[in-house]
Design a protein around this ligand. Structure first.
Ligand code: UD1
Ligand code: UDP
Length: 370
């Protein structure tokens, strides 16, 4: 059986890393990896950490790229890879342009498509944009769906997808998180080496870790959040560490509002290993990232999500993740509540695993084997 895995951005690489390693180690399976290179630097860090050497690299990223350009180049490139390698399965992950174009290429070539992290929905095509649309398109094209949770399974069944084609697996991000956490825990020298790179962190001040990159927040949302962060840091008893996404729009907002602000550290995107270490050291995470909403509950870290909607309701319902939107006053008020009210903090800082048990990749392989 030949499996062609297609991915291209940082989160897809993190979430496909253990599935790809599982396919490669399986007897009777030929694993072929096609990366689109939708992200370049942020993808390459992940490939190197998980020791994955792609068989095909479309290397398509350009600065400030448009959605249509990534779509057309990925569609052509993945189609070519399918013609060359003639796989039995195409596996795509999540909701990016790469995932959508990869699924479309499989559909056109009449090769069955398997969708990892299927069934996440907000029901609002404008938020997250364009990811909700990508998910719905892939949902129509895929032959096999791997929702991470019972809720995402229910979303697919409500869209009349054949229940026999839907298999709940847990999210592969938890597989990756376990792999990396074990690596850090088992190697004190490695942990010390990572911590040495964070010697600018003041142990006397509480640590707020921040990320942000959603396109629907480009029109003012990111600016408001960055401005609120500067005001939050001015409290004097906290410090903000913000690894800034390489998207030029994100860089601009962070530079404009936060460069030079006291107790704010703007840094380059971190490799996954140090980023996991930093999440586990943080007191609070403020983010609009999808993957971080899934990882933080398992690390017992409260998350304030700077979005109005989420397709990951499980941790919100459990009370460890809270949607706060992008209005500055609300972001500051909710962060201050956690910083100043011990009971409110304890209520949100509970470790739980709504998104998986670390064995999603094995379940995916088992289904693909039939
Ligand atoms: C993409 C995905 C989004 C996902 C996010 C994860 C789409 C439409 N968007 O958004 O769903 O949540 O990745 O991070 O698929 N850049 C670099 N180097 C990199 C990565 C990005 O320079 O390693 C810059 C480039 O200028 C690039 C720009 O960021 O053109 C935007 O990248 P793109 O993948 O189009 O969008 P993201 O906002 O990263
Ligand atoms: N991440 C990372 N380095 C960083 C910021 C995030 O390795 O500097 C990881 C994070 O742990 C998560 C993934 O990248 O697994 C999330 O990626 P991103 O926020 O870019 O995309 P999303 O999950 O929103 O699609």
């Amino acid at each position: 059986m030949k499996i062609l895995s297609v991915f291209g951005t940082r989160p897809e690489a993190i979430k496909m890393a253990i599935p790809v390693r599982t396919f490669a180690a399986a007897e009777g399976v030929e694993s072929v990896v096609c990366v689109t290179g939708q992200h370049r630097q942020m993808l390459d860090q992940v490939l190197s950490l998980f020791e994955i050497s792609p068989d095909i690299d479309l290397d398509l990223m350009t600065p400030g790229q448009s959605l249509e350009r990534v779509t057309t180049r990925a569609l052509e490139g993945v189609s070519e890879a399918i013609r060359t390698h003639r796989p039995d399965w195409i596996v795509v992950q999540g909701d990016t342009t790469t995932a959508m174009a990869g699924a479309l290429a499989g559909f056109y070539a009449q090769v069955p498509v398997a969708h990892v992290e299927a069934g996440l929905r907000t029901g609002n095509m404008a938020s997250p944009w364009p990811e909700e649309g990508n998910r719905q398109i892939i949902g129509r094209l895929a032959k096999v769906h791997f929702p991470p949770t019972a809720k995402s399974q229910a979303n697919l069944l409500a869209e009349n997808i054949d229940p026999a084609c839907v298999h709940v697996t847990g999210n592969t991000v938890i597989d990756a998180l376990h792999y990396v956490s074990d690596k850090i825990e088992q190697d004190a020298a490695l942990a010390a080496q990572i911590d040495a790179a964070f010697d600018f962190i003041d142990p006397a001040k509480r640590l707020i870790l921040v990320t942000g990159h959603r396109r629907e927040n480009f029109n003012g949302g990111l600016d408001r959040v960055c401005d609120a962060l500067a005001r939050l840091a001015a409290r004097g008893d906290v410090q903000i560490v913000y690894p800034v996404h390489l998207n030029p729009q994100v860089q601009r907002a962070a530079e404009e509002h936060l460069r030079g602000a006291p107790d704010v550290h703007l840094i380059a995107p971190l490799d996954y290993l140090p980023f996991v270490r930093l999440m586990s050291r943080a007191d609070l995470i403020i983010t609009d990232s999808g993957g971080i909403q899934e990882e933080a509950p398992s690390l017992g870290k409260p998350v304030l999500v700077t979005r109005d909607t989420t397709e990951r309701p499980e941790a919100v319902e459990a009370g460890t993740v809270k949607l706060v939107g992008t209005q500055g006053e609300r972001v500051i008020e909710q962060a201050a509540r956690l910083l100043d009210d011990e009971a409110a903090y304890a209520e949100m800082a509970r470790a739980h695993n709504p998104y998986g048990d670390g064995h999603a990749s094995e379940r995916i392989l088992q289904v693909l084997r039939g």
